[in-house]
Design a binder for this molecule. Structure first.
Ligand SMILES: O=P(O)(O)OC[C@H]1O[C@H](OP(=O)(O)OP(=O)(O)O)[C@H](O)[C@@H]1O
Ligand SMILES: Nc1nc2[nH]cnc2c(=O)[nH]1
Length: 187
């Protein structure tokens, strides 16, 4: 099969996936959640000069929308770790970029979604072990998985049901990170 056919099939798959999904949070609701979180962060971090570390790649939209609303001085870097890849179920961690220069810093981690909580928990432990003065966590979406998680986020944008969600930076099999609302794949 040619590359062109591959992309054509991928395009059809992406279109069908979106058509068979439900909108969970509208673009306006996502924006309102970001603005509320930014206000909370401005209140709590005004004097802390934090190091802000998004976990790529899912945090890209969350970070891009949130950062310009943070009206206090900060440093910015990023972490890259993945355990889902293009799959809908999590597996082993793959570190692509570890945290750098966190010793003594007040760190704020940003991630798109807290699902089973393994990613955020692992990253937070890593940052504290590397000597951060403190480490707080903000997630755009917190999934109601119906059981305990190893970590609770300090700041949460929206709650999502126990379904695979995508849009607003979150992918479905690698697709649709660019959507400005949040959708759930049909069960
Ligand atoms: O709470 P958990 O069950 O650990 O899942 C949450 C993690 O899963 C996703 O990352 P993924 O591995 O899909 O990589 P991505 O950021 O590139 O989408 C998401 O961005 C979170 O980091
Ligand atoms: N895109 C996406 N990534 C996840 N990582 C863990 N859970 C999810 C989810 O529901 N959607």
């Amino acid at each position: 099969m040619t590359k062109q056919q591959d992309w054509c099939e991928k395009h059809q798959e992406a279109t069908a996936l979106l058509a068979n999904s439900d909108e969970i949070h509208s673009a306006a609701a996502c924006q309102a959640a970001i603005e509320q979180m930014a206000a909370d962060l401005c209140r709590d971090f005004a004097d802390r000069y934090p190091l802000v570390l998004p976990i790529m790649g899912g945090a890209v939209v969350f970070t891009g929308k949130l950062l310009p609303l943070l009206r206090f001085p900060l440093d910015f870097d990023y972490i890259h770790i993945t355990r889902y890849g293009d799959k809908l179920k999590g597996g082993a961690f793959e570190w692509l970029r570890q945290p750098q220069n966190v010793s003594g810093r007040h760190v704020l981690i940003l991630d798109d979604i807290l699902d089973e909580g393994l990613t955020l928990h692992t990253v937070r432990e890593h940052i504290l072990a590397a000597g951060a003065a403190s480490c707080r966590t903000a997630v755009f979406a917190d999934k109601d998985i119906g059981r305990a998680k190893p970590i609770a986020a300090d700041y949460v944008g929206v709650r999502v049901p126990n379904r695979y969600v995508f849009g607003f930076g979150m992918d479905a099999k690698g697709m649709w990170r660019n959507l400005e609302a949040v959708y759930a794949v049909s069960n």
